[in-house]
Every structure is written in C-alpha cells, then in structure tokens.
Design a protein around this ligand. Structure first.
Ligand code: SF4
Length: 366
C-alpha cells in the first residue's frame, strides 16, 4: 500500500494553471522556489554559472534583471542555455518585454500599468505572450505604488496593494490574456500577508509570495518564514521568493526549508536536535552542527535525532531513522527505534555519519 501523503495544514487554494517554461504553476503543481540572479545579466557566462549553482541548490525558476539593451540582447542565450526556466524582470520598456518573449524566456515580470503609462502596448504584449506561450508576473510592490492609490489610502495598505493588483490584472484580462500570476509585496510581513489574503478572495490568479526588502539573512528568513507559513498554511501561494540581503543560493535554501517544514516538499535531512540544558552530558550544539554539515548533501529523506542526555534522548532517538542519546561520555545509537550500539563520545559524529550513509545507500534512493 502506498504511504499516505504527508499532512499539510490546508488544501491549496484552487487557481488557474500556467506554465513558466517547463515548470507548471498553480494549485495543480507543487509550490515552486524562485530567486533572482545578482550578476549583470549581459555577463552571460557569470549569469549562467550562477543559474547552474542555483539549480544545484534546488531552485525551480530564476529571474534576471533586464535594465539595458545589452541585457535584453543576452536573454536569448541565457534562456536557451539556462538549466531552469528564466523570467525577465522588466519595469518600463515594452521593447524589452518583446525581446524577452522572443528570446524564449519562460515568463516576463512586468506591470501593464507601467507600460500603459509610457506607451500603451499592453494588447500587443498580451498577443505576443500568448503566441509564444510566455506567462507574465504582475509584481505590485509597496515601494512603487501608483501615486493616486497612495493619495487615496495614505500609504501602502493591504487594500491599496490589492486594488493596484486587481487593476493591473484587468489590463491583461480585457485583452483575453489570463496566463499571469500576481505578487503584492511589502516589507512588513503582516501587511504583506493580509494583502495576499485579500487578493486570494478576489480571483483565481496563482500568487507569487514575497516579503520584499526583508533584510539581512537572520531577519529576512524569519519575516519570510512567518508570512509564508501563515499564507501557505492556509493554502495560499503558488511560487515563493525569499528576499534576503544575502547570496541567492541562501534564498533558495531558506525557501526550500520553509516548504519542507510545511510538508509542501519532501523533507530531506531532518535534524531533530535538543536545545541542550543543564542536564546535557555532551556539547549538543557542536554535535548537531557537525552532523548537519556532514550530511548536507544527502538527497534521501532521513530524520536524525541528536539528543544531549538520556531524559528525552531515547524517546526522540527512537522516533527517528537514526539517533543518538548521549550520557556518561558515551552515545547510545538508535536505528529505527532500536539501540544498535553504544560508542564513546568522540566517535558519535563519525558513527552517525557512517550509519546515515549506509541507511541512505540501502534505501536505493541515494
Ligand atoms: Fe536537556 Fe536532555 Fe532535553 Fe537535551 S535532551 S534539552 S540535554 S533534557
């Protein structure tokens, strides 16, 4: 009998479906992880190299900035040679939107409201995107909200973000173009979460989640995890980008970890380690760090418990695939609930790493 699917907090909100290249987006597909390159897009070699690193880290879709003619010209090679679908990020210039569509980008991030302001080519963009099977992301951002909305609402409130998004959506939909997702980003996770909740009630658009300008890694991770956990826990959200003042590989790792924590992705290495306390008989912090580092490349699901004493240790270690309960200078090693051996403290890490690799190899999945 196949294993029951892992529990999630709520079913996904039903959305329309679209493609970003070969990646399906919407409620029929898994939530995908995105990030953005930090290279100059026209430096094709560096950009493709960074995309390869992001792909290896588990990124599903990558966005590249396209502020100049040189960047637009580079899109063709990048879209063809990228290991994952590419989204071109364009703000005002319709000519770059057409270039990105013709270059074979999986999607373009552009707000039709901006295009209309300068040169109303929304209809032609909708037609070109439709002809090429290119999808669009409408990206409403608190920092670039229309002045009329700022005047009406006083600041970038959830209602203001949503009004802007619904209006932008209507500019494509009046031309029959429906293959777009929407983001309504704000740097405050509470405002952001409320905006997405309101937007989710107003249409079946797939939603791209992001807390914008979330800050350096520590703060940004927590802001994103809080807001995404709240929304994804209610089934809202189809793609995510964790926005950090840190390298994009870190954004991908955090994004994947959020999805794994919510059972929206299969958990890989799941370390269960105790916080340590006055009863600890071993340095739990180092032990947990060393085991995490030593197994970070593991590609099969494996729960490893690292426990500092024999109070809660055996219980947690028994529940895991592999575990250790430490005490009296020794570690009791558990595999699938059974004590298989006791090793001296200085052999705990190497024993756990060895046994983890053995279990992974025997699973036939690694
Ligand atoms: Fe403290 Fe032991 Fe619990 Fe770790 S397992 S927190 S050392 S009681």
């Amino acid at each position: 009998m196949p294993a029951a699917p892992p529990p999630v907090l709520a079913p996904r909100r039903k959305t329309r479906q679209l493609q970003v290249g070969r990646v399906g987006v919407g409620s029929d597909h898994q939530v995908s992880v995105q990030t953005m390159t930090t290279t100059k897009t026209h430096d094709i070699g560096a950009t493709l190299q960074q995309i390869a690193e992001l792909t290896a880290a588990g990124c599903d879709i990558v966005r590249v900035a396209c502020p100049t003619d040189k960047d637009a010209e580079a899109l063709k090679v990048i879209a063809q040679q990228s290991t994952i679908p590419v989204i071109a990020d364009i703000h005002f210039q319709p000519k770059y939107v057409f270039a990105a569509i013709e270059a074979g980008c999986g999607a373009v991030r552009v707000n039709p409201g901006n295009i209309r302001k300068f040169d109303d080519q929304v209809k032609e963009i909708a037609q070109a995107a439709s002809d090429h099977g290119t999808s669009i992301r409408i990206g409403v951002n608190a920092g670039s909200l229309h002045p009329d909305l700022l005047k009406k609402y006083g600041k970038a409130t959830p209602e203001a973000l949503v009004e802007s998004a619904v209006w932008e959506a209507s500019l494509f939909e009046e031309h029959g173009f429906r293959d777009f997702k929407i983001s309504v980003k704000h740097n405050d996770p509470v405002i952001m979460a409320r905006a997405y909740e309101l937007l989710a009630e107003q249409g079946d658009w797939p939603l791209h989640l992001g807390v914008t300008e979330a800050g350096p890694a520590f703060q940004g991770t927590i802001k994103s995890a809080s807001a995404f956990g709240y929304l994804l826990g209610k089934g809202i959200g189809d793609t995510i980008r964790v926005s950090l003042s840190a390298p994009p590989v870190e954004e991908v790792k955090v994004g994947l970890q959020i999805l794994q924590s919510l059972n929206l992705r299969e958990r890989r290495l799941d370390i269960v380690s105790c916080p340590s306390c006055g009863r600890a008989q071993v340095d739990v912090y180092s032990l947990a760090e060393e085991v995490t580092e030593g197994l970070k490349d593991l590609t099969v699901p494996l729960r490893v418990a690292v426990m500092g004493c024999v109070v809660n240790g055996p219980g947690e270690a028994r529940e895991a695939d592999l575990g250790v309960a430490s005490g009296n200078g020794k570690g009791q090693i558990f595999i699938k609930g059974e004590v298989v051996k006791t090793v001296p403290e200085d052999e705990i890490v190497e024993t756990l790493l060895f046994e983890a690799r053995r279990i992974a190899a025997e699973s036939g999945l690694e």
